[in-house]
Write a protein that binds this ligand. Structure first.
Ligand SMILES: [Zn+2]
Length: 696
């Protein structure tokens, strides 16, 4: 009989795995994470077991002697570290606030779905009387909104290296990291006994997948209680089936969660309200199940959680003490102490809408935006205004915020760069020789990037051609620093091909590093971009020997050239832009020169009447190539010549009569370097240009 019963449970459980698949990832991997720690540091096992016994004894004593008279509301300061790569995992402040709202609602038993708790457990849901507040003071006493944002690819790792990017003292704050991979689960944390002592200082806290944070933005209502579950672990709750991440195992019935009023359970991944996996009705709606219909903690769980906050195991006791609440600012009224803003784009065309976003904290009541073009908006509902500019130029944007007492202003010089469509005439040849001080003084280029580090700047001491170029003095920049050089717009309406050629010089330091130069193009004035080319530090980005000294190319041999051909007609419009984006991974300086942007239309006159067709093949070529001409009539004084992309003739290939019919000419690379060249075919009065790309 028992065997049959277990079998039927297993069958019903295995069918329930369909629903966990629907959640994409396992709900929680707290115990897997602890097991991983023990694999890495086996010597910690004894200490953890000792801590657990000590905390169990403390909890029993608290339950017997103190819990009854303890009605205080414990306040816990919280800091969110949003670790991101600039993608959707960089969740909004509002999504964080929503996660905090849900956490507090659940811990104070203010959830409306409490009414759906099954009758057998209706006396058990507990108001835990713990409240969580985003910190208003950081560890240095500076004002904060309790949300730290760090750009790093470690968001995809979700482990201790990621945490070390940003962690505040665990005896003052509950650390929550939001990332793109939380160890393969929706979230995980460590129970207090597993992170007591010095070892725990760099690991304690909760890691959440951004799609399981709050109920809005990248998350959803169904996934919104992951934080409630993880905070349960963080203050010593186990899953109802015990301390593992393996629900639905028959042997789980033999394991207790240390709480008397939660019936033993094998663990549920579906919302089986009448499930009786260990001989009595299971509390499937408990937050410490995997059921996705959780809506309650029990009275017994309340005692266990509050006991852990009264224990010094893993410093939990320190968090809600009066002096810590004062130090973290959470007893103060909201403090207006910082003004800042951003926008969805900084480089666009006249008439394009720019969405500005207030980043000030905390809680301004009135905003004054001066967009630098004579437009000033003042109001109480203006945290995120939209503005468009009618004239080209670089504009300084100023934001003033006030809460009626404090007033703070932030001014950003040249924050937006606006160009008219068709601002730059084509063909566009940029050697940076005409500029005197700044890359943007003719409004043809704008440099944008991370604040406080070296960006693209005019450099007047070398160039591939002439004396000037642009460079990023990257030698001392920070890892992950990103800098953009963005062109103004060009009109390529009616083009059939756009050619972008450029030369650069770069070296890594003595250790090879994977720095990246990416080329993006836009057909809508920079509102959206497509990546078209990437040069990497491990492959073709370095142009000379690695060096730890400030790199300055000292000859043309230390430069490379590339020609990018755009044949996608969606880009043949009036608002074409090019963007050179560099990401630092620890390399040396980068130089850029001789950027030529043109279309085939710009370069050739109309096909001559004598030609019916002409072609070069193979193209690009890495050996010799063939020029094939088909002539309708004989040209008496014809000429075929080879030109470089700067418009200089390199050599004459043929002069003389070109007779009617099909003709072929051999094109030889000789000692030409890689890059873009042109073959010009003339009849004495007019000519056409054919592009020829040499790649070796
Ligand atoms: Zn869990």
């Amino acid at each position: 009989m028992i065997r049959l019963l277990i079998l039927s449970i297993l069958i019903s459980l295995s069918s329930s795995f369909v629903s966990i698949n629907a959640q994409d990832v396992p709900k929680c991997r707290t115990y897997d994470a602890i097991d991983m720690l023990l694999l890495q540091y086996p010597h910690l096992r004894e200490q953890m077991e000792h801590n657990e016994t000590e905390l169990d004894e403390f909890t029993a004593d608290y339950a017997a002697n103190r819990a009854g008279g303890d009605d205080e509301i414990y306040l816990i300061p919280v800091v969110f570290h949003v670790i991101h790569e600039g993608g959707v995992e960089n969740i909004s402040d509002d999504q964080v606030y929503d996660a905090m709202r849900i956490l507090n609602r659940d811990f104070r038993l203010e959830n409306e779905d409490l009414a759906d708790v099954v009758e057998e457990f209706s006396d058990l849901p507990a108001d835990i009387k713990i409240e969580f507040k985003l910190a208003q003071r950081d560890p240095n006493g500076n004002c904060t909104n309790g949300i730290v944002r760090i750009e790093s690819e470690l968001t995809n790792e979700g482990g201790s290296d990621m945490k070390s990017l940003s962690i505040w003292p665990r005896d003052s704050y509950l650390n929550v990291w939001v990332c793109a991979d939380a160890g393969g689960a929706a979230g995980y944390t460590y129970v207090p006994s597993s992170v007591n002592g010095n070892f725990g200082l760099s690991n304690d806290g909760i890691v959440l997948l951004h799609t399981y944070t709050g109920s809005i933005g990248t998350s959803s209502e169904n996934r919104s209680r992951t934080l409630t579950h993880e905070v349960g672990h963080w203050i010593n709750l186990r899953h109802l089936w015990g301390g593992t991440n393996q629900p639905a195992l028959a042997e789980n019935c033999d394991v207790d969660d240390g709480v008397a009023d939660t019936p033993n359970s094998v663990g549920w991944t579906s919302c089986a309200l009448s499930g009786e996996s260990c001989g009595s009705l299971d509390n499937v709606q408990n937050y410490m199940e995997y059921s996705y219909c959780s809506k309650m903690f029990t009275q017994g769980q309340k005692v266990r959680m509050r006991a852990s906050l009264n224990s010094n195991i893993a410093d939990r006791f320190e968090l809600w003490q009066e002096d810590n609440l004062a130090a973290t600012g959470i007893l103060e009224e909201s403090i207006l102490c910082f003004a800042d803003f951003t926008s969805d784009k900084q480089s666009t065309c006249t008439g394009s809408e720019i969405a500005f976003e207030d980043l000030s904290f905390n809680e301004p009541s009135e905003w004054t935006w001066d967009f630098g073009d004579g437009t000033v908006l003042i109001g109480q509902d203006l945290s995120n205004p939209i503005h468009s500019y009618s004239e080209a130029g670089n504009y300084t944007v100023t934001l003033t915020v006030t809460d009626g007492e404090e007033t703070i202003t932030v001014e950003k010089d040249g924050f937006v760069s606006i160009s008219a469509s068709d601002f730059i005439a084509t063909p566009f040849e940029e050697s940076f020789e005409n500029l005197e001080n700044e890359v943007n003084e003719e409004l043809k280029w704008v440099a944008q990037g991370d604040e406080g580090t070296e960006n693209w700047k005019l450099y007047d001491n070398t160039g591939y051609s002439g004396e000037q170029c642009v460079r990023i003095r990257n030698n001392a920049n920070l890892i992950d620093d990103e800098d953009d050089l963005i062109s103004s717009s060009m009109d390529f309406t009616g083009a059939n091909e756009i050619v972008i050629s450029y030369k650069w010089a770069f070296v890594t330091k003595n250790e090879a590093t994977d720095d990246r130069l990416r080329i993006y193009i836009s057909n809508d004035c920079g509102n959206t971009w497509q990546q078209k080319k990437i040069h990497r530090g491990f492959t073709d980005l370095p142009t000379a020997e690695a060096s730890n000294f400030q790199f300055v190319p000292d000859s043309q041999d230390e430069w490379s050239e590339y020609a990018l051909i755009i044949d996608n007609e969606e880009f043949f419009g009036p608002s074409f832009k090019v963007r050179f984006n560099f990401t630092n991974y620890g390399g040396n300086n980068l130089y850029l020169d001789d950027i030529n942007i043109s279309s085939a239309n710009d370069l050739s006159t109309a096909e001559l009447s004598a030609f019916s067709s002409s072609s070069i093949f193979p193209n690009p070529s890495n050996g010799s190539a063939t020029l094939a001409l088909s002539l309708i009539q004989t040209i008496e004084s014809g000429r075929i010549s080879l030109w470089d992309s700067q418009g200089k003739m390199i050599k004459n290939i043929y002069s003389g009569s070109l007779s009617q019919g099909n003709r072929q000419f051999q094109l030889d690379h000789g000692d030409l370097s890689e890059g873009l060249y042109f073959i010009r075919i003339e009849d004495g009065q007019q000519g056409i240009l054919k592009k020829w790309i040499i790649s070796k």
